[in-house]
Design a protein around this ligand. Structure first.
Ligand code: SF4
Length: 316
């Protein structure tokens, strides 16, 4: 096992001094060559969970409990220098919208070269060969290294950002909404690319997304979050075929799929809770059609509903 996240819990402090719990008790494990999709609506805590485990929270946020064991070391307890050493070499990130963060006045190859040299003490000639290798790995001809970002399509810029994330041979890549803002055909190509890289390089991946199609295509595990907590977690095939948590069931019905072409899509009424106003008991109860009195007062803990499959609902 490469990554073992245990009871990850994060709070934000407001300017008034109030502490808001954005993520609570998130646990999962991930092996090499395996991808986990973290899904949920906006505000459900998926991005905060990702930033917490990477120790990239904004100043107001703090992990208040839990462990993030990466190859046996707790990332939450490394010194800043030790953590810098691990980033890029062991784990790297493709941020949401990163393709728009390329410097417009420098060639793409230069920017990848710079990322490598910032983290690996390699001779310059070796770095040039590595840039070509990385571009070809993500399906960009090496000669395009000399071109500028405006000469790349959106999909190629996203590929270049993925190449940059792979620069130092990490074991884990975290991608935040990797297909957002791309057209449908390009989205499919990026998903294929991520899936191929995972298999070919034996990479572990965490993909944070609101798009269940990405999870179905590219992930082996899915973790559904709601109100900062895990609603359901398990193997993708099992969870998608037989979701046990009412929120997962509604999320799947609200999402169009080719298999269910023609079936009506049903939106989830209401909206996710605000951190400053989390409901007591099950956080989904104000929107849950199956809620009973117990749901309003007692928080359901995740419980096993199958092999490697847990759901946090009083009715499972
Ligand atoms: Fe719905 Fe109750 Fe289950 Fe929460 S615990 S998902 S409110 S049935």
């Amino acid at each position: 096992m490469l990554l073992d996240v245990r009871n990850l819990t994060t709070e934000f402090t407001t300017p008034e001094g109030a502490r808001l719990r954005a993520v609570e008790g998130v646990s999962f494990t991930l092996g090499r060559g395996e991808a986990l999709g973290i899904v949920g609506e906006s505000g459900c805590g998926k991005t905060t969970a990702m930033l917490s485990l990477l120790r990239l929270l904004p100043a107001a946020g703090r992990v208040v409990a839990g462990e993030v064991l990466f190859a046996g070391d707790d990332l939450l307890r490394l010194t800043p220098a030790e953590l810098r050493e691990r980033r890029w070499r062991d784990l790297s990130i493709v941020f949401q919208g990163a393709m728009n963060a390329l410097n417009p006045v420098r060639s793409v190859g230069d920017q990848i070269r710079e990322a490598i040299l910032a983290h690996m003490p390699w001779p310059r000639d070796k770095v040039g060969a590595r840039v070509s290798e990385l571009l070809e790995l993500v399906g960009i001809p090496a000669w395009r290294a000399a071109q500028f970002p405006h000469q790349y399509s959106g999909g190629m810029r996203q590929r270049a950002m993925i190449a940059m994330a792979l620069a130092c041979n990490p074991q884990l890549v975290v991608a935040d909404e990797p297909t957002t803002a791309l057209d449908v055909m390009v989205q499919a190509q990026i998903i294929d690319l991520l899936d191929r890289l995972r298999r070919d390089l034996d990479l572990a991946m965490i993909i944070v997304t609101h798009d269940l199609g990405v999870v179905a295509e590219a992930c082996q595990q899915v973790l559904v979050m709601y109100g900062g907590r895990v609603a359901e977690h398990g193997p993708v095939e099992r969870v998608f075929a037989a979701p046990r948590h009412p929120y997962t069931q509604m999320l799947l019905k609200a999402f169009p799929t080719i298999e269910h072409r023609g079936a009506p899509m049903v939106g989830i009424p209401g909206s996710p809770p605000r951190l400053s106003d989390l409901p007591a008991g099950c956080r989904f109860h104000p929107r849950c059609p199956l809620a009973v009195e117990r749901c309003r007062v007692e928080t359901p803990e995740p419980r096993a509903v199958g092999e490697g499959h847990v759901a946090a609902c009083h009715l499972v």
